[in-house]
Design a protein around this ligand. Structure first.
Ligand code: SF4
Length: 296
């Protein structure tokens, strides 16, 4: 079937993408598992920090079956440094589900992907578009920012998805989504560089330096656009990360653990334990902590 004709701004954006798309290793694969691993890592970790971990994970666990068979403690140890380790736990559960329900192959179906642990609307559509090249439009924080500014108004989740779906040129989902993502990541940033924007003409807001009087940024509070993260130093997140890092090389006695930020060790350990990220064995001063959920 012939592809539909492109609109002027679709053509301009794709032309910009041909010159500016970032060179990222997961853009060279269509392996659905490798795409899913990249997208889960990218949910809350910057691309440059994801590159070496993604390469390591895909080399060590090249299939859902190999990943599902790995001990959770090994997966969590390999995740160290990327933060938000519940993602690793969910990815492990998702791999097990892919093996049990889908014969070890990621399904090319939106509802089946959404049923996997840790897979939300963005990640499911990213797998469809980037692995299967299906006509699915992704909305993450970068795309959400572009869509809201282009519309000139704050969007609801369904409004943002509808705007993304309507803008998508069918038959070109892979390159289109990568290009909109990179536009948001490099040009339509929180402080946008509208002078360099290939779709400025069709943008209702155009909030760059050339248009300082255009009012409040519609991306603020719009669907998909993340708010500024709270401070890491002194946070519970930092304390939890310190405990997880201390366990990377093996079990540690709880009495020897130290956490930053003035937190007591016990509630930090309890919060990790309730997330299934660590478990304790023994009692009193010989109580030991290790990675992974309790085996019983
Ligand atoms: S013109 Fe400016 S605000 Fe509009 S999409 Fe481009 S960079 Fe973003």
């Amino acid at each position: 079937m012939a592809r539909p004709r492109l609109t002027d701004d679709q053509r301009a954006l794709l032309a910009w993408g041909r010159l500016h798309l970032r060179d990222l290793p997961w853009r060279d694969t269509r392996d659905p598992w490798h795409v899913l691993v990249a997208e889960v890592m990218l949910q809350q970790t910057q691309a440059d920090r994801v590159v070496p971990r993604w390469t390591e994970f895909c080399g060590r666990w090249p299939t859902p079956a190999s990943f599902a068979a790995a001990p959770v403690a090994d997966v969590l140890a390999a995740w160290q440094g990327m933060g938000y380790p519940r993602r690793a736990l969910n990815l492990h559960r998702a791999a097990a589900q892919v093996v049990e329900r889908h014969g070890g192959q990621l399904p090319a179906d939106l509802d089946a992907l959404l049923a996997l642990p840790g897979v939300g609307p963005y990640t499911a559509r990213a797998v469809l578009a980037f692995a299967f090249e299906a006509d699915a439009a992704v909305v993450d924080t970068n795309v959400g920012r572009v869509l809201a500014r282009r519309a000139g108004e704050r969007l609801t989740p369904s409004g943002a998805q509808r705007a993304a779906d309507e803008w998508l040129p069918n038959g070109r989902a892979w390159v289109w989504n990568q290009t909109v993502l990179d536009l948001g990541a490099t040009v339509c940033r929180p402080v946008p560089d509208c002078e360099r924007c290939p779709v400025a003409e069709g943008c209702a807001w155009r909030g760059g330096s050339a248009h300082p009087g255009n009012g409040e940024d519609p991306a603020a509070g719009s669907a998909g656009v993340s708010r500024r993260q709270s401070k890491f130093d002194g946070s519970l997140r930092q304390a939890r990360g310190a405990v997880m890092a201390a366990l990377a090389d093996g079990p540690v006695r709880v009495a020897t653990l130290q956490v930053p930020g003035g937190y007591d060790v016990a509630p930090v350990v309890a919060s990790l334990e309730s997330d299934g990220l660590v478990h304790t064995t023994g009692r009193g001063r010989s109580q030991t902590l290790q990675l992974g959920p309790s085996p019983v």
